[in-house]
Design a protein around this ligand. Structure first.
Ligand code: ADP
Length: 474
């Protein structure tokens, strides 16, 4: 069932419930008050009749005997009290009519003996009877003379007017409900259609994009602040992001192919030379083999780095162990110092630091930074590794006095395959993925990495990592 139909149905159902409740209450209230009014009228009339008759009978010595015999006394005619639609009858307590208003014709008002029994005990009793298929509201009151109930006065009023009024009201209400619901259904369907039309457009656009693979498409809607407007805006923003990711992916694949192609070309070229026997003497042969080996090693590094980044993208979780960061950094320091022939590698401040994480990855992070510092620092330059605790954080700084990074390149050096000087970086065997990996490792540990640099003066890379909560000085 479509949302449009469901919305309309709910709307109509709710309105139906409201209208029916309201009409029912109106009908009940009106019929109650109309019947109450009738009851009040017959009551007034009955007490008038019974008081007048009682006064007339007070003078009689044996009213009961007389009444039962049926007629020596002249009762004030019951008709005196009758008005159109109001009937009056005086009956014995056994139900025999003694006097009737003329508008009753030949008819007698018949009431139940149970009611008469109650009246004989001095009670007033309301009842409903039917005369000529006309419903009547009846009140039977005792006619009391000298403290004795001698007869029953029956006053009846036709309920025809009331029932006609109620009937007309009922018909009117039912018609009103039907027409109201019909109009509500149509209006509801139109409104739901208008409100949901933009969603249909969104669906169509999504469909077109899926069919044509065209990520440049956007939903054309008026920029509104309502729910649908926000949905369209969110959808467009999502498309924008997907397009961006898709382009990045394309760029990445192109970069990877390019990076793999150059070592492969070099390897094949050199293999070709060897095969053609142009490298006869041992020395040049060794040189050629060394080039092939270096290129193969570079490819291996590249593939390893790519694999690592693929794991990072897939969200593969890192180990979560306590790592003695100071020990790890001293290891890195020793290892790097061995390879740095003409560069002074020294330690700055040192501190005992524990962090939680993956020791291998953290080592890779700092090796990358230290190797970069050495690579981009000319002979006789200086590379310093310092680490300290600062509040809740461990701060590790790798500073060099190298060539530096131009300000316009600085924000991009953490991008994959971004290099300031492509030829130079490649010649040094870099994959262009090192800093991207460093950034991922730092962030995967809940930390961050920052770079500062001045061309010609040097660079410094700062890594912030959260300290292990259980840090206890050894
Ligand atoms: P690469 O494998 O090329 O070194 P990285 O991702 O490690 O790739 O570094 C990206 C680029 O950032 C490098 O090509 C280089 O231009 C620049 N760079 C990184 N570290 C330094 C540094 N310490 N001094 C100057 N430039 C640097």
């Amino acid at each position: 069932m479509s949302i449009r139909l469901r919305l309309t149905l709910w709307y109509v159902l709710l309105l139906a419930a409201l209208l029916i409740t309201f009409s029912g209450a109106l009908y009940a209230m009106l019929s109650f008050s109309l019947l109450n009014e009738v009851d009040r009228r017959v009551q007034i009339r009955a007490s008038e009749v019974s008081t007048s008759l009682a006064t007339a009978l007070e003078v009689q010595t044996e009213p009961r005997v007389f009444l039962l015999r049926g007629g020596r006394l002249t009762l004030p005619a019951a008709d005196t009290f009758a008005t159109p639609g109001v009937f009056v009858q005086v009956s014995t307590l056994e139900g025999v009519a003694l006097s009737r208003s003329e508008n009753l014709g030949a008819q007698t008002l018949v009431v139940s003996t149970a009611a008469l029994a109650l009246v004989a005990q001095g009670n007033s009793v309301y009842a409903n009877v039917t005369k000529d298929r006309v419903p009547l509201r009846v009140l039977i009151v005792p006619l009391t003379v000298r403290g004795q109930v001698v007869a029953a006065v029956i006053v009846a009023e036709s309920l025809q007017g009331v029932s006609e009024t109620l009937q007309r009201l009922g018909v009117l209400l039912i018609l009103g409900i039907i027409v109201g619901l019909g109009v509500a259904g149509v209006v509801g369907a139109i409104l739901a259609h208008a409100a949901l039309a933009p969603i249909d457009r969104i669906t169509q656009t999504a469909h077109t994009i899926a069919r044509s693979n065209d990520l440049t498409r956007r939903i054309q809607t008026k920029p509104t602040q309502d729910e649908v407007g926000r949905l369209a805006a969110t959808f467009n923003a999502m498309l924008e992001r997907i397009e961006e990711l898709f382009r990045a992916q394309q760029r990445f694949v192109a970069d990877v192919s390019h990076e793999l192609r150059s070592p492969l070309t070099t390897i094949r070229g050199n293999l070709d030379l060897l095969r053609r026997g142009e490298r006869e003497d041992t020395e040049t042969r060794q040189e050629t083999l060394a080039v092939i080996e270096a290129e193969a090693a570079r490819m291996q590094r590249l593939v390893q780095d790519l694999l690592l980044l693929a794991q990072a993208d897939a969200g593969v979780p890192l180990e979560q162990r306590v790592v003695e960061l100071d020990t790890l950094l001293l290891d890195v320091f020793r290892q790097v110092r061995l390879n740095a022939a003409n560069i002074h590698v020294s330690l700055g401040s040192e501190d005992q630091i524990q962090v939680i994480g993956d020791a291998d990855r953290l080592k890779q992070l700092f090796l990358n930074l230290m190797n970069n510092a050495i690579q981009y620092t000319p002979s006789d330059g200086q590379v310093t590794l310092s680490f300290a605790r600062e509040g809740e954080w461990a701060r590790v700084v790798v500073a060099d006095t190298g060539i530096g990074i131009p300000p316009q390149d600085l924000p991009r050096i953490f991008d994959r395959f971004y290099r300031v000087d492509k030829a130079r970086a490649r010649e040094k065997g870099g994959t262009g993925l090192g800093l991207a990996i460093c950034k991922w490792i730092a962030e995967a540990h809940g930390g961050r990495i920052e770079a500062q640099s001045q061309v010609g003066k040097g660079s410094s890379f700062t890594v912030w990592l959260p300290l292990a909560k259980t840090t206890n000085p050894r």
